[in-house]
Ligand binder design. Structure first.
Ligand code: THU
Length: 126
């Protein structure tokens, strides 16, 4: 699957976002090393601290199904800036696959691609 196809799946996931507080729907498509893709969206809550990002939704779905080795994640958002994973999501992704690739889109469909280890250098490990 190429980058555009993975971003397209992330876009599809964003249509299922529950984001009544921010009105900022986000979708993620997490590609495992064997090619399996898990989708996630942000799920907000009236208790704002309980909101979960699209990326972590996808990771939790994958890990709970026995998939822990990831190749890429595509993050779809349509803000003015590229929808880069937040610090918490970077740390959670890094737990499993520190050298994976991160794709992030913005309004108009442009996207950037970075290795996770550049977005989260010297990450915490026990
Ligand atoms: N959000 C994500 O789901 N992923 C990101 O990469 C950035 C932010 C969500 C969290 C919240 O529901 C909304 O976007 C606004 O911050």
């Amino acid at each position: 699957m190429n980058d555009r196809e993975l971003l397209r799946l992330a876009q599809e996931a964003s249509t299922r976002a529950y984001a009544p507080y921010s009105n900022f729907p986000v979708g993620a498509a997490l590609e495992c090393e064997d090619g399996t893709v898990f989708l996630g969206c942000n799920v907000e809550n009236a208790a704002f601290g309980e909101c979960i990002c699209a990326e972590r939704t996808a990771v939790v779905k994958a890990v709970s199904e026995g998939y822990t080795k990831f190749r890429r994640i595509a993050v779809y958002g349509t803000g003015k800036n590229y929808c880069m994973p937040c610090g918490a999501c970077r740390q959670v992704l890094s737990e499993f696959s520190p050298d994976m690739e991160v794709l992030a889109s913005k309004e108009g469909g442009g996207y950037v691609s970075y290795p996770l280890n550049k977005l989260l250098a010297y990450s915490f490990k026990l």
